[in-house]
Design a binder for this molecule. Sequence first.
Ligand SMILES: *Cc1c(COP(=O)(O)O)cnc(C)c1O
Length: 319
Amino acid sequence: MTPIHHVTPLLRSSVLSAHHGADVWLKLDSAQPSASFKLRGMGHACQQAVQRGARHLVSSSGGNAGYAVAYAGRQLGVPVTVVVPRRTAERMRRLIEGEGAVVQVHGEVWDDAHEHALQLAPSLSGVVIHPFDAPDVWAGHASLVEEVHAEGVRPEAVVVSVGGGGLMCGVLQGMHGVGWADTPLVAVETEGAASFAAAMAAQRPVTLAEIGSLALTLGAKTVCERAVQWCQAHPIHSWLCSDRAAVQACGRFLDDHRVLVEPACGAALASIYDSAEPLRGRSVLVVVCGGASVTQEQLAGWQEQVRGPAGEAEDPRES
Ligand SMILES: *Cc1c(COP(=O)(O)O)cnc(C)c1O
């Protein structure tokens, strides 16, 4: 079966490599047709579901996962319903509808929408495509590493952002598949959405009381169990950054590479711009996970929101 996702560009960034002092490789999954890596896992999971007889695909994500399921459903010729929470932006709803999917609004947060999707699915002969906690999703995400390996690039560390942990599980699965079992993985979150850091410390999934981060895409209150299990099987470092660092990284990346990404992705890039300790002296593969819910105007708004007190340097390069 031909995958639904695209093979994305892999490039050695001269600007980021010079800053980092070692090679920085960018896997530009922002270039997927649904603007994020999510199409890998959702695309594969949708194909598998349809092959097993699903007549309708149901997604519970108001963000990039829902958009990816909508795209995949159209490619497969299967109707899609996406249940989004009220906080999902109007623009994102329109993007999802633009792929021909039906959007239903339910509840305040993702958990409410997910509950509703589970109830709704049987009446539609539908199958719910989980945004991060499913083996088919991880298998699809693993293709990202397979593509890098096929190009002969062998980094000394890999950086991913972590929300619910699906990307991380898939990347780790891919790394083990191509023989990178000893290559450290740096799992990045913003401080207000640090559910993986909490789970790693507790050695089990921990549910955060609330999400206090601009990086809504990283705002899963609980990471999947599999992500925590990986800590026993792979060298994993947790690294946290502020919302401010994530947003600044989006702005710098836009200037450096002319690609606009969400703060969820900016967080991963901040590990390079802010010289995260676990990466020093190592060549790095950064998963540029992308994200569709960002516009120039939105980025400007976030930059305003995270601006420090007057007089404080905004950008370390200028201080
Ligand atoms: C979904 C998403 C993440 C987090 O992925 P998980 O699989 O939930 O950990 C990070 N960045 C972007 C742009 C995303 O869409």
